[in-house]
Design a protein around this ligand. Structure first.
Ligand code: GLU
Length: 281
């Protein structure tokens, strides 16, 4: 199988040094393996995604010397594929609609009898308030959640995955999936758009991604992706989670940290080689 990887930014801010590292690393790995490098625009967050950020992504990556295959997949134009996956999971009886707001979840999770609230990759572990609701009972404004207990029961034996980056693969166990992850959201409230975990899994499979190269901040979400792949009958790629680029104070770079934006370094007259050297590439 041809080594195929991707860089999948969300156009919700400027790319910074951490993105430059991630994209250049994925590109170099594809090049070394004589493989393919794809770019995917993860713009399902329609409220925050902006066209000018997307254009800046093409511009910055091109400036860094990267090339990618076209057409570029836009998640905002691919909702039929996510709806089909959601439908399949719904048919298996693994989904339920949820009308809880963040505030509802916070209150329910910190109710005295619940003990200290637990956090997972998406924030508070969902306390299960809407779990009794039927999938067919979904209103347009409801989120859709995966019933983790049922999903585990449906699968029986749990899958595992290979990790080649700076973290160890997380063993998928019933205990881990229930207490560290819980009933994750697969379609969002209000917009009804697919949530990141679902769209990323559907697209990685559809694009034939054999190796996912991304920052280790997403390592904790990988068991969710591997579980969804197993439920949907999709192949599991190899995961390579790399170290995160930090600022001098040791803080992880964020999109709003415009001082580290590639565009800022460009405007200051740095060359692509100098920007790559900043992240030791
Ligand atoms: N779109 C995600 C981000 O901007 C990356 C998703 C992934 O690489 O799996 O952080």
């Amino acid at each position: 199988m041809t080594f195929t990887t991707r860089f999948a930014p969300s156009p919700t801010g400027h790319l910074h040094l951490g993105h430059a590292y991630s994209a250049c690393l994925a590109y170099a790995m594809a090049h070394a393996a004589k493989g393919r490098f794809l770019l995917r625009i993860e713009d399902t967050d329609t409220a925050r995604s902006q066209r000018h950020f997307e254009n800046q992504i093409y511009d910055d990556l091109g400036w860094l010397g990267l090339t990618w295959e076209t057409p570029v997949l836009h998640q905002s134009r691919n909702s039929a594929a996510y709806d089909a996956a959601l439908h399949r999971l719904g048919q298996l009886g693994l989904l339920y609609p949820c009308s809880c707001t963040r505030g509802d979840i916070r209150r329910a999770a910190s109710a005295p009898q619940e003990g200290a609230p637990l956090h997972g990759p998406d924030g508070l572990i969902y306390p299960g308030t809407c779990r009794h609701r039927a999938w067919d009972d979904r209103a347009d404004t409801d989120a859709v959640r995966l019933d983790m207990q049922r999903a585990l029961h449906h699968l029986g034996a749990l899958p595992h995955y290979q990790e080649t980056g700076v973290v160890a693969a997380i063993p998928l166990t019933d205990q881990h999936m229930i207490t560290e992850i819980g009933d994750v959201v697969l379609a969002r409230r209000d917009t009804g758009m697919a949530a990141y975990h679902l769209s990323v899994v559907v697209d990685d499979a559809a694009q034939g991604i054999t190796h996912v190269v991304r920052g280790k901040d997403l390592a904790a979400a990988t068991p969710i992706h591997v579980l969804l792949q197993a439920l949907l009958g999709l192949p599991t790629p190899v995961y390579h989670h790399h170290a995160l680029i930090r600022d001098e104070a040791g803080k992880r770079l964020a999109k709003r940290d415009d001082a580290r934006a590639i565009a800022t370094y460009r405007a200051e007259g740095l060359s692509p080689q100098e920007v790559k050297a900043l992240v030791s590439l």
